[in-house]
Write a protein of this length. Structure first.
Length: 413
Protein backbone atom coordinates (compact mmCIF):
# COMPACT_ATOMS: atom_id res chain seq x y z
CA UNK A 1 0.00 0.00 0.00
CA UNK A 2 2.56 2.51 -1.24
CA UNK A 3 4.85 1.74 1.68
CA UNK A 4 2.38 3.00 4.25
CA UNK A 5 1.95 -0.40 5.89
CA UNK A 6 5.46 -0.37 7.39
CA UNK A 7 4.43 1.04 10.73
CA UNK A 8 0.95 -0.40 10.62
CA UNK A 9 -0.24 -2.38 13.67
CA UNK A 10 -0.39 -6.09 12.93
CA UNK A 11 -4.10 -6.27 13.66
CA UNK A 12 -4.73 -3.55 11.08
CA UNK A 13 -2.75 -5.47 8.46
CA UNK A 14 -4.70 -8.62 9.29
CA UNK A 15 -8.08 -6.93 8.98
CA UNK A 16 -7.28 -5.29 5.65
CA UNK A 17 -5.60 -8.33 4.11
CA UNK A 18 -8.35 -10.70 5.21
CA UNK A 19 -11.00 -8.56 3.53
CA UNK A 20 -8.96 -8.39 0.34
CA UNK A 21 -8.09 -12.09 0.41
CA UNK A 22 -11.67 -13.26 0.76
CA UNK A 23 -12.97 -10.52 -1.57
CA UNK A 24 -15.28 -9.26 1.13
CA UNK A 25 -15.79 -5.51 1.05
CA UNK A 26 -16.25 -4.00 4.51
CA UNK A 27 -18.78 -1.21 4.99
CA UNK A 28 -17.44 2.10 3.61
CA UNK A 29 -17.18 3.66 7.07
CA UNK A 30 -15.18 0.70 8.44
CA UNK A 31 -12.93 0.58 5.38
CA UNK A 32 -12.24 4.30 5.72
CA UNK A 33 -11.27 3.93 9.38
CA UNK A 34 -8.96 1.01 8.60
CA UNK A 35 -7.24 2.92 5.81
CA UNK A 36 -6.90 5.99 8.00
CA UNK A 37 -5.33 3.95 10.79
CA UNK A 38 -2.92 2.12 8.49
CA UNK A 39 -1.99 5.28 6.65
CA UNK A 40 -1.25 7.22 9.78
CA UNK A 41 -4.00 9.71 9.01
CA UNK A 42 -6.35 10.76 11.77
CA UNK A 43 -10.09 11.13 11.28
CA UNK A 44 -9.74 14.75 12.39
CA UNK A 45 -7.54 15.52 9.39
CA UNK A 46 -10.12 14.01 7.03
CA UNK A 47 -12.91 15.94 8.67
CA UNK A 48 -10.80 19.05 8.16
CA UNK A 49 -11.23 18.70 4.37
CA UNK A 50 -13.19 21.71 3.20
CA UNK A 51 -14.54 21.48 -0.37
CA UNK A 52 -14.78 25.29 -0.50
CA UNK A 53 -11.01 25.63 -0.09
CA UNK A 54 -9.05 25.47 -3.34
CA UNK A 55 -7.49 22.04 -3.96
CA UNK A 56 -3.91 22.38 -5.23
CA UNK A 57 -4.18 18.85 -6.62
CA UNK A 58 -6.52 20.17 -9.27
CA UNK A 59 -10.03 19.44 -10.52
CA UNK A 60 -11.88 17.41 -13.14
CA UNK A 61 -14.88 19.11 -14.70
CA UNK A 62 -17.17 17.68 -17.40
CA UNK A 63 -20.51 17.99 -19.14
CA UNK A 64 -22.85 15.00 -18.53
CA UNK A 65 -23.90 15.29 -22.13
CA UNK A 66 -24.57 11.73 -23.28
CA UNK A 67 -28.02 10.35 -22.77
CA UNK A 68 -30.56 10.51 -20.00
CA UNK A 69 -30.29 9.68 -16.32
CA UNK A 70 -29.13 6.07 -16.62
CA UNK A 71 -26.28 6.96 -18.97
CA UNK A 72 -25.30 9.96 -16.84
CA UNK A 73 -25.19 7.74 -13.75
CA UNK A 74 -22.88 5.27 -15.52
CA UNK A 75 -20.60 8.14 -16.50
CA UNK A 76 -20.58 9.55 -12.98
CA UNK A 77 -19.05 6.36 -11.58
CA UNK A 78 -16.33 6.28 -14.24
CA UNK A 79 -15.60 9.99 -13.76
CA UNK A 80 -15.33 9.50 -10.01
CA UNK A 81 -12.79 6.74 -10.60
CA UNK A 82 -10.86 8.92 -13.07
CA UNK A 83 -10.65 11.85 -10.65
CA UNK A 84 -9.51 9.53 -7.86
CA UNK A 85 -6.87 8.01 -10.16
CA UNK A 86 -5.40 11.46 -10.82
CA UNK A 87 -5.96 12.58 -7.21
CA UNK A 88 -7.99 15.55 -8.43
CA UNK A 89 -11.25 16.74 -6.93
CA UNK A 90 -14.26 15.80 -9.04
CA UNK A 91 -16.63 18.65 -9.81
CA UNK A 92 -19.95 16.83 -9.74
CA UNK A 93 -22.26 18.22 -12.44
CA UNK A 94 -26.02 18.56 -12.18
CA UNK A 95 -28.27 16.01 -13.83
CA UNK A 96 -29.37 17.12 -17.29
CA UNK A 97 -33.12 16.56 -17.56
CA UNK A 98 -34.62 16.83 -21.04
CA UNK A 99 -38.04 18.46 -21.20
CA UNK A 100 -38.84 18.34 -24.91
CA UNK A 101 -42.56 17.84 -24.25
CA UNK A 102 -42.97 20.06 -21.19
CA UNK A 103 -42.97 23.86 -21.18
CA UNK A 104 -40.67 25.76 -21.38
CA UNK A 105 -39.21 22.93 -23.55
CA UNK A 106 -35.65 23.54 -22.36
CA UNK A 107 -33.25 21.36 -20.41
CA UNK A 108 -33.37 21.44 -16.63
CA UNK A 109 -30.13 21.21 -14.67
CA UNK A 110 -30.90 19.49 -11.39
CA UNK A 111 -28.26 19.64 -8.67
CA UNK A 112 -26.79 16.26 -7.73
CA UNK A 113 -27.94 16.74 -4.13
CA UNK A 114 -31.59 16.92 -5.19
CA UNK A 115 -31.51 13.15 -5.69
CA UNK A 116 -28.41 11.95 -3.83
CA UNK A 117 -26.16 12.82 -0.92
CA UNK A 118 -22.98 14.55 -2.01
CA UNK A 119 -21.36 13.69 1.32
CA UNK A 120 -21.63 9.97 0.57
CA UNK A 121 -19.41 10.37 -2.51
CA UNK A 122 -16.75 11.89 -0.24
CA UNK A 123 -16.41 8.56 1.53
CA UNK A 124 -14.63 7.45 -1.63
CA UNK A 125 -12.97 10.63 -2.91
CA UNK A 126 -13.00 14.41 -2.78
CA UNK A 127 -15.89 16.03 -4.62
CA UNK A 128 -17.58 19.41 -4.88
CA UNK A 129 -20.85 20.30 -6.56
CA UNK A 130 -20.53 22.29 -9.76
CA UNK A 131 -22.81 24.91 -8.25
CA UNK A 132 -20.39 25.47 -5.34
CA UNK A 133 -17.35 25.30 -7.59
CA UNK A 134 -18.62 27.99 -9.92
CA UNK A 135 -19.92 30.25 -7.16
CA UNK A 136 -17.21 29.89 -4.53
CA UNK A 137 -13.98 28.89 -6.30
CA UNK A 138 -14.15 29.75 -9.99
CA UNK A 139 -14.26 33.56 -9.64
CA UNK A 140 -10.79 33.60 -8.06
CA UNK A 141 -9.13 30.40 -9.24
CA UNK A 142 -10.76 29.70 -12.63
CA UNK A 143 -11.75 33.19 -13.75
CA UNK A 144 -13.02 34.36 -17.11
CA UNK A 145 -10.12 34.71 -19.52
CA UNK A 146 -8.29 31.68 -18.10
CA UNK A 147 -10.72 28.88 -18.86
CA UNK A 148 -9.13 26.13 -20.92
CA UNK A 149 -11.04 23.35 -22.67
CA UNK A 150 -9.48 19.89 -23.06
CA UNK A 151 -10.54 17.42 -25.74
CA UNK A 152 -9.35 14.82 -28.23
CA UNK A 153 -7.92 16.30 -31.39
CA UNK A 154 -10.50 14.29 -33.35
CA UNK A 155 -13.29 16.19 -31.58
CA UNK A 156 -11.68 19.50 -32.56
CA UNK A 157 -12.18 18.58 -36.22
CA UNK A 158 -15.86 19.48 -35.75
CA UNK A 159 -15.04 23.10 -34.90
CA UNK A 160 -14.73 25.72 -37.66
CA UNK A 161 -10.99 26.26 -37.09
CA UNK A 162 -10.31 22.56 -36.35
CA UNK A 163 -8.16 23.70 -33.45
CA UNK A 164 -10.78 24.39 -30.79
CA UNK A 165 -12.75 22.00 -28.59
CA UNK A 166 -16.44 22.13 -29.59
CA UNK A 167 -17.48 22.53 -25.96
CA UNK A 168 -20.74 24.33 -26.72
CA UNK A 169 -21.66 22.76 -30.03
CA UNK A 170 -25.37 21.94 -29.96
CA UNK A 171 -27.68 20.63 -27.25
CA UNK A 172 -27.05 19.67 -24.45
CA UNK A 173 -23.48 21.03 -24.59
CA UNK A 174 -24.27 24.69 -25.18
CA UNK A 175 -27.14 24.96 -22.67
CA UNK A 176 -25.08 23.14 -20.03
CA UNK A 177 -22.12 25.54 -20.08
CA UNK A 178 -24.41 28.53 -20.58
CA UNK A 179 -26.28 27.52 -17.44
CA UNK A 180 -23.07 28.29 -15.54
CA UNK A 181 -22.10 31.25 -17.75
CA UNK A 182 -18.93 29.49 -18.92
CA UNK A 183 -17.10 30.40 -22.11
CA UNK A 184 -13.73 28.91 -22.98
CA UNK A 185 -10.71 31.02 -23.90
CA UNK A 186 -8.47 28.41 -25.50
CA UNK A 187 -8.17 24.68 -26.07
CA UNK A 188 -5.70 21.92 -25.25
CA UNK A 189 -5.93 19.03 -27.70
CA UNK A 190 -4.72 15.53 -26.90
CA UNK A 191 -4.41 12.17 -28.61
CA UNK A 192 -2.83 8.80 -27.93
CA UNK A 193 -4.32 8.74 -24.46
CA UNK A 194 -7.43 7.31 -22.82
CA UNK A 195 -9.21 7.61 -19.49
CA UNK A 196 -8.31 4.20 -18.09
CA UNK A 197 -5.68 3.41 -15.44
CA UNK A 198 -3.06 2.39 -18.01
CA UNK A 199 -2.63 6.07 -18.87
CA UNK A 200 -2.50 7.40 -15.32
CA UNK A 201 1.12 8.59 -15.51
CA UNK A 202 0.50 10.03 -18.98
CA UNK A 203 -2.22 12.29 -17.61
CA UNK A 204 -0.21 13.31 -14.57
CA UNK A 205 2.95 14.03 -16.56
CA UNK A 206 1.23 15.78 -19.45
CA UNK A 207 -1.14 17.85 -17.35
CA UNK A 208 0.35 18.57 -13.91
CA UNK A 209 -2.10 20.38 -11.63
CA UNK A 210 0.36 23.21 -11.10
CA UNK A 211 0.01 24.18 -14.78
CA UNK A 212 -3.40 22.69 -15.57
CA UNK A 213 -5.48 23.15 -12.43
CA UNK A 214 -8.86 22.46 -14.06
CA UNK A 215 -9.33 19.73 -16.64
CA UNK A 216 -12.59 20.85 -18.27
CA UNK A 217 -13.85 18.19 -20.67
CA UNK A 218 -16.71 18.22 -23.21
CA UNK A 219 -17.96 14.88 -21.92
CA UNK A 220 -17.38 12.45 -19.09
CA UNK A 221 -13.88 10.95 -18.74
CA UNK A 222 -15.49 7.53 -18.64
CA UNK A 223 -16.86 4.73 -20.75
CA UNK A 224 -20.45 3.75 -21.34
CA UNK A 225 -21.61 1.42 -20.06
CA UNK A 226 -19.71 1.70 -16.79
CA UNK A 227 -16.72 -0.64 -16.58
CA UNK A 228 -17.17 -3.71 -14.44
CA UNK A 229 -14.31 -2.59 -12.20
CA UNK A 230 -16.20 0.61 -11.33
CA UNK A 231 -19.60 -0.93 -10.54
CA UNK A 232 -18.77 -1.14 -6.84
CA UNK A 233 -18.69 2.66 -6.64
CA UNK A 234 -22.49 2.53 -6.69
CA UNK A 235 -22.32 2.03 -2.91
CA UNK A 236 -21.37 5.70 -2.59
CA UNK A 237 -24.43 6.85 -4.54
CA UNK A 238 -26.85 7.28 -1.64
CA UNK A 239 -30.37 8.66 -2.01
CA UNK A 240 -31.12 12.05 -0.53
CA UNK A 241 -33.07 11.85 2.70
CA UNK A 242 -36.03 13.74 1.26
CA UNK A 243 -36.37 11.62 -1.87
CA UNK A 244 -35.93 8.41 0.13
CA UNK A 245 -38.55 9.51 2.66
CA UNK A 246 -41.08 10.44 0.00
CA UNK A 247 -40.53 7.22 -1.97
CA UNK A 248 -40.69 5.15 1.20
CA UNK A 249 -44.05 6.76 1.95
CA UNK A 250 -45.22 5.64 -1.50
CA UNK A 251 -44.13 2.08 -0.75
CA UNK A 252 -45.97 2.01 2.55
CA UNK A 253 -49.10 3.56 1.06
CA UNK A 254 -49.30 1.50 -2.14
CA UNK A 255 -47.48 -1.81 -1.71
CA UNK A 256 -47.53 -4.91 0.47
CA UNK A 257 -44.42 -6.95 1.21
CA UNK A 258 -43.01 -9.06 -0.14
CA UNK A 259 -43.30 -7.24 -3.45
CA UNK A 260 -41.80 -7.91 -6.87
CA UNK A 261 -40.40 -4.94 -8.81
CA UNK A 262 -40.17 -5.03 -12.60
CA UNK A 263 -38.87 -2.60 -15.22
CA UNK A 264 -40.60 -2.75 -18.61
CA UNK A 265 -38.77 -0.99 -21.45
CA UNK A 266 -41.25 -1.37 -24.29
CA UNK A 267 -41.69 2.09 -25.85
CA UNK A 268 -41.50 2.81 -29.57
CA UNK A 269 -37.97 4.22 -29.42
CA UNK A 270 -36.83 1.11 -27.59
CA UNK A 271 -38.42 -1.16 -30.17
CA UNK A 272 -36.44 0.64 -32.86
CA UNK A 273 -33.19 0.11 -30.92
CA UNK A 274 -33.92 -3.58 -30.37
CA UNK A 275 -34.55 -4.07 -34.09
CA UNK A 276 -30.77 -4.13 -34.44
CA UNK A 277 -30.78 -7.33 -32.37
CA UNK A 278 -33.56 -8.78 -34.49
CA UNK A 279 -31.71 -7.91 -37.71
CA UNK A 280 -28.40 -9.24 -36.41
CA UNK A 281 -26.59 -5.96 -37.00
CA UNK A 282 -25.30 -5.74 -33.43
CA UNK A 283 -23.30 -8.13 -31.29
CA UNK A 284 -23.88 -9.08 -27.65
CA UNK A 285 -22.83 -5.63 -26.42
CA UNK A 286 -25.64 -3.10 -26.84
CA UNK A 287 -25.91 -0.21 -24.38
CA UNK A 288 -26.17 -1.73 -20.89
CA UNK A 289 -26.11 -5.39 -21.96
CA UNK A 290 -22.62 -6.20 -20.55
CA UNK A 291 -24.32 -6.27 -17.14
CA UNK A 292 -26.01 -9.54 -18.10
CA UNK A 293 -24.13 -11.06 -21.07
CA UNK A 294 -20.66 -10.37 -19.64
CA UNK A 295 -18.04 -7.71 -20.27
CA UNK A 296 -15.74 -9.88 -22.37
CA UNK A 297 -16.94 -9.74 -25.98
CA UNK A 298 -15.26 -13.07 -26.79
CA UNK A 299 -17.08 -14.96 -24.03
CA UNK A 300 -20.31 -12.95 -23.82
CA UNK A 301 -23.53 -14.90 -24.22
CA UNK A 302 -25.71 -14.04 -27.23
CA UNK A 303 -28.11 -11.11 -26.89
CA UNK A 304 -31.67 -12.09 -27.83
CA UNK A 305 -34.84 -10.16 -28.59
CA UNK A 306 -36.46 -11.45 -25.40
CA UNK A 307 -33.60 -9.92 -23.43
CA UNK A 308 -33.90 -6.58 -25.23
CA UNK A 309 -37.65 -6.36 -25.90
CA UNK A 310 -39.45 -9.06 -23.92
CA UNK A 311 -42.69 -10.32 -25.42
CA UNK A 312 -45.87 -10.34 -23.39
CA UNK A 313 -45.49 -14.11 -23.06
CA UNK A 314 -42.00 -13.65 -21.58
CA UNK A 315 -43.22 -10.91 -19.24
CA UNK A 316 -46.04 -13.17 -18.03
CA UNK A 317 -43.67 -16.11 -17.59
CA UNK A 318 -41.01 -14.20 -15.64
CA UNK A 319 -43.45 -12.31 -13.42
CA UNK A 320 -45.48 -15.44 -12.70
CA UNK A 321 -42.38 -17.45 -11.85
CA UNK A 322 -40.81 -14.90 -9.54
CA UNK A 323 -44.07 -13.85 -7.90
CA UNK A 324 -44.59 -17.47 -6.90
CA UNK A 325 -40.96 -17.89 -5.87
CA UNK A 326 -40.99 -14.99 -3.39
CA UNK A 327 -44.67 -15.42 -2.46
CA UNK A 328 -45.30 -11.85 -3.64
CA UNK A 329 -48.22 -9.91 -2.24
CA UNK A 330 -47.70 -7.07 -4.74
CA UNK A 331 -46.04 -6.34 -8.09
CA UNK A 332 -44.63 -2.90 -8.83
CA UNK A 333 -44.28 -1.91 -12.49
CA UNK A 334 -41.98 0.85 -13.73
CA UNK A 335 -42.32 1.45 -17.46
CA UNK A 336 -41.62 3.89 -20.26
CA UNK A 337 -44.85 2.90 -22.03
CA UNK A 338 -47.55 0.28 -21.45
CA UNK A 339 -47.84 -1.20 -17.96
CA UNK A 340 -49.53 -4.50 -18.93
CA UNK A 341 -51.16 -4.28 -15.50
CA UNK A 342 -54.26 -6.23 -16.52
CA UNK A 343 -52.25 -9.01 -18.15
CA UNK A 344 -49.92 -9.26 -15.16
CA UNK A 345 -52.91 -9.24 -12.82
CA UNK A 346 -54.31 -12.28 -14.62
CA UNK A 347 -51.03 -14.13 -14.10
CA UNK A 348 -50.53 -13.41 -10.40
CA UNK A 349 -54.18 -13.53 -9.40
CA UNK A 350 -56.52 -11.15 -7.65
CA UNK A 351 -54.89 -11.70 -4.27
CA UNK A 352 -51.71 -9.95 -5.51
CA UNK A 353 -51.83 -6.17 -5.81
CA UNK A 354 -50.50 -4.78 -9.11
CA UNK A 355 -49.23 -1.18 -8.89
CA UNK A 356 -47.77 1.29 -11.38
CA UNK A 357 -47.45 4.83 -10.02
CA UNK A 358 -45.76 6.34 -13.09
CA UNK A 359 -44.41 9.16 -10.92
CA UNK A 360 -43.27 12.52 -12.22
CA UNK A 361 -39.72 11.76 -11.10
CA UNK A 362 -38.28 8.56 -12.60
CA UNK A 363 -35.97 8.48 -9.58
CA UNK A 364 -38.99 7.49 -7.49
CA UNK A 365 -39.36 4.40 -9.66
CA UNK A 366 -35.65 3.68 -9.22
CA UNK A 367 -35.90 3.87 -5.45
CA UNK A 368 -38.98 1.64 -5.27
CA UNK A 369 -37.41 -0.95 -7.58
CA UNK A 370 -34.25 -0.87 -5.48
CA UNK A 371 -36.25 -1.71 -2.36
CA UNK A 372 -38.21 -4.62 -3.89
CA UNK A 373 -37.91 -8.14 -2.50
CA UNK A 374 -36.87 -9.23 -6.00
CA UNK A 375 -36.30 -7.24 -9.17
CA UNK A 376 -36.68 -8.21 -12.83
CA UNK A 377 -35.05 -5.79 -15.25
CA UNK A 378 -34.19 -5.24 -18.88
CA UNK A 379 -30.72 -6.52 -19.79
CA UNK A 380 -29.97 -3.68 -22.23
CA UNK A 381 -31.33 -0.74 -20.24
CA UNK A 382 -29.08 1.63 -18.28
CA UNK A 383 -32.14 2.44 -16.13
CA UNK A 384 -32.25 -1.21 -15.09
CA UNK A 385 -28.48 -1.15 -14.68
CA UNK A 386 -28.72 1.54 -12.00
CA UNK A 387 -31.19 -0.57 -10.03
CA UNK A 388 -29.13 -3.73 -10.52
CA UNK A 389 -25.92 -2.10 -9.25
CA UNK A 390 -27.67 -0.67 -6.22
CA UNK A 391 -29.18 -4.02 -5.37
CA UNK A 392 -25.88 -5.82 -5.94
CA UNK A 393 -23.97 -3.66 -3.45
CA UNK A 394 -26.71 -4.29 -0.87
CA UNK A 395 -26.93 -8.04 -1.52
CA UNK A 396 -30.45 -8.04 -3.00
CA UNK A 397 -31.60 -10.48 -5.68
CA UNK A 398 -32.22 -9.49 -9.29
CA UNK A 399 -32.82 -11.15 -12.64
CA UNK A 400 -33.47 -10.18 -16.26
CA UNK A 401 -36.25 -10.85 -18.70
CA UNK A 402 -35.22 -13.49 -21.20
CA UNK A 403 -32.55 -14.98 -18.96
CA UNK A 404 -33.18 -16.10 -15.43
CA UNK A 405 -32.85 -19.23 -13.36
CA UNK A 406 -34.95 -18.75 -10.24
CA UNK A 407 -34.63 -21.04 -7.25
CA UNK A 408 -37.16 -23.85 -6.99
CA UNK A 409 -40.46 -22.77 -5.39
CA UNK A 410 -41.17 -23.91 -1.87
CA UNK A 411 -43.22 -27.08 -1.39
CA UNK A 412 -46.50 -25.29 -0.72
CA UNK A 413 -46.51 -24.08 -4.32
Amino acid sequence: MNGRMDGCPSICFFLLSSHLFFLQMPPPSLLLLLLLWCGGVTPDSVMAYDPLVWDENGYVLYCPCMGRFGNQADHLLGSLAFAAMLNRTLVVPPWVVYRHQIAPYTNAHVAYSEYFQLEALREFHRVISMEDFMQELAPEHWPEGERVAYCFDVAAQRSPDRLSCPMKDGNPFGPFWDHFNVDFDRSELFSGIAFNSYYKTHWIDRYPASQHPVLALPGAPAQFPVLGEHRHLQRYVVWSEQLAREAQDQIQASLIRPYLGIHLRVGVDWKNACNMVKEGTVGPHLMGSPQCVGYNRQTARPLTMEMCLPSLAEIRRAVGTWAKTIDAKAVYIATDSKTFSAEIGQVVGSQVKVVSLQPQLPQTDLYILGQADHFIGNCVSSFTAFVKRERDVHGKSSSFFGMDDPPAPRDEF
